[in-house]
Design a binder for this molecule. Structure first.
Ligand SMILES: [Mg+2]
Length: 315
């Protein structure tokens, strides 16, 4: 869900993805539910096609378990190695797509660096050693920043993160204040200074950013880079801020995997970040064998991944 800043209405409850939206893409009663995801992991079908696919990964809630505050996330042992292995096997066609600044992503995964889209598309680094391009940044009005910053006064558990190109207001530590946070954002956003801003409600966070770019524009831009061009993108994301990326995948013959609930635009769902990590680890293995259970794909046809494989085969 993406809203024009000045169209935000006061909302009485903590924002989560609506239940109806979670189930929209899963109308087939035989389709795997969230609890079946591990048995239907498609890594086996894709393992032989790593030269034809590109992988885009949201970070928080997708690769990493959410933490009480953004600074407290941690990279589980083995994840950086698995991503590095995939980076090699995909010839560099793997990238983070996050709302975090790229410098922060680098700090979290240090010493690993991948190509990356940061700040919901405000930044892009087309390969690990390249410079970070920030041409899309529009500076937020300083008075406006101050007004949003005042929302912390609602409760000590509310955190305001000024990312430079956007402001994120986190209420994970005080979820009962979610409605009030959104009400305050809505009140501020009635001002005409907000005409060119967008509000991105997420999991216990609401982010205010300039309009004109998002994770979808970032993915699209990355797909024009030589390492990614001509491949079929796979995007994995968990939150409403990822919808923009899911929506551009058909333009490239790609597919989306959601985390925590099937959503529009996603053809497959992981139960949680631990399942994503396991899948990536297995996908990055040099060889798959009987010792790597869970790679067979009993639900492949229903999920449409077989078609994806055929398309990739002919690409
Ligand atoms: Mg996320």
């Amino acid at each position: 869900m993406l809203l024009r800043c000045n169209s935000v209405s006061p909302m009485p409850e903590t924002i989560t993805r609506p239940v109806s939206a979670q189930s929209d893409a899963n109308t087939d009663p035989k389709a795997p539910l969230a609890g079946d995801s591990r048995a239907s992991l498609p890594a086996g079908a894709l393992h032989s096609q790593l030269d034809k696919i590109a992988i885009f990964l949201d970070v928080d809630g997708t690769l990493l378990d959410l933490a009480p505050t953004p600074l407290e996330v941690r990279v589980p042992p083995g994840l950086a190695d698995a991503l590095a292995a995939l980076q090699s096997r995909l010839d560099g066609a793997i990238a983070f797509i996050s709302g975090r600044p790229i410098a922060e992503i680098d700090r979290i995964f240090h010493p690993l660096r991948l190509a990356a889209v940061g700040g919901h598309g405000a930044e892009i680094r087309i390969q690990p050693g390249a410079e970070i391009k920030r041409s899309r940044i529009a500076t937020l009005d300083s008075d406006l920043r101050n007004e949003f910053a005042q929302i912390v006064q609602l409760d000590p558990g509310i955190l305001v993160e000024d990312k430079g190109f956007s402001i994120a207001i986190h209420y994970r530590l005080s979820p009962q204040f979610g409605g009030e946070v959104l009400n305050h954002v809505a009140t501020i956003c009635r001002h005409e200074r907000c005409d060119s801003l967008e509000v991105l409600p997420g999991k216990f966070v609401v982010e205010i950013k300039p309009s004109g770019y998002d994770k979808g524009t970032g993915l699209r831009e990355m797909m024009s880079v030589p390492a990614f061009a001509g491949r079929k993108p796979i995007f994995i994301g968990d939150d409403v801020t990822d919808d923009a990326a899911f929506s551009v995948l058909p333009d490239f013959g790609g597919i989306g995997f959601s985390v925590g609930g099937i959503v529009p635009g996603a053809t497959f769902n992981f139960d949680g970040p631990q399942d994503v990590r396991l899948w990536l680890e297995r996908l990055g293995l040099e060889r798959l064998g009987l010792e790597t259970p869970g790679l067979e794909t009993p639900g492949l046809e229903r999920l449409g991944l077989e078609d994806f494989g055929n398309v990739a085969e002919g690409a």
